[in-house]
Write a protein that binds this ligand. Structure first.
Ligand code: G3P
Ligand code: CA
Length: 269
């Protein structure tokens, strides 16, 4: 590889550790953030939902079943939905043993705990508003916690934080409430539809399966709400070949379960 990049050649995409370094540690937990930082990955992605009593927690699935021992601790509470448990109940759960006995006792973090850990290990944060249709008003609540924890100051909103969602309404709401925050729409709207998102989304984050050089160019041709070309972070790309293909298309970021493998492949390209 050449240390001098040709003029006009795409920049190396940033790498984002999907759900934390989720092949190295249990997803969406504090140890997963630590592992991402230890691997030298600059960004972590996580998923935010809300408990029955209004606490924001970092967990991917609508149900606690897959990534905690909720079925053992609360055998009569099927289908173990996050929204049906209090924060105190969720704090009792083991979110690590399903992954490995080495992580027994790991907890489902609150958003505050997650932000503090990301700050401590200097990680940038791609924060997903997950299932917002289940949690009316969650965007305002997330922004309140971000503000309380110092993540809305200039240093954080300039290149350290992106809020994303599959819900265009949720992304629009985040932008309207806190215009300084960079936002991303997950998914791959038709190119003809892209301009309607440019008013409130800085990025379009598509699945790898929807990715092409033409699509990336179509996004880059638009100006986002902060007056800069819109960007593309693609997911979930775990092997070197696909990472190099995506980089060749000009993506700005790669969201990966194998950020170490992808980072090495991009460095060697
Ligand atoms: O960041 C992209 C990715 O997280 C979207 O899918 O289901 O893993 O939240 P999912
Ligand atoms: Ca996610």
């Amino acid at each position: 590889s050449s240390p001098v990049r040709a003029a006009g050649a795409p920049q190396r995409p940033v790498v984002v550790a999907h759900r934390g370094a989720c092949t190295h540690a249990p997803e969406n937990t504090l140890p997963a953030v630590d592992r991402a930082a230890a691997l030298g990955v600059g960004w972590v992605e996580n998923d935010v939902q809300r408990t029955k009593d209004g606490e924001l927690v970092v967990v991917h699935d609508e149900s606690l079943s897959r990534t905690t021992n909720a079925e053992q601790v609360f055998p009569h509470r099927a289908p173990w939905k996050v929204k049906d448990f209090t924060a105190a109940e969720i704090a009792r759960l083991d979110a690590g043993s399903w992954f490995s006995p080495a992580y027994a006792g790991t907890r489902v973090p609150t958003l505050r705990q997650y932000l503090r850990r990301a700050e401590r290990v200097h990680e940038r944060l791609l924060l997903e508003v997950k299932n917002p249709e289940l949690y009316p008003g969650i965007e305002r609540q997330i922004l309140k916690v971000l503000g309380d924890e110092g993540w809305l100051d200039r240093r954080h909103v300039t290149g350290r934080l992106i809020v994303q969602s599959f819900s265009a309404g949720s992304v629009r709401t985040v932008h309207a409430l806190e215009p300084a925050v960079e936002t991303a729409l997950l998914g791959s709207p038709a190119t003809a539809q892209l301009p309607r998102y440019a008013g409130f989304a800085d990025l379009i984050n598509p699945s790898y399966t929807a990715l092409s050089a033409a699509y990336v160019s179509a996004v880059h041709a638009l100006t986002g709400p902060h007056g800069k070309p819109m960007k593309v972070f693609a997911w979930t790309i775990d092997d070197a070949s696909r990472a190099r293909t995506a980089a060749g298309y000009g993506v700005d970021g790669i969201i990966s379960d194998a950020p170490d493998t992808v980072g090495t492949a991009l460095d060697a390209a």
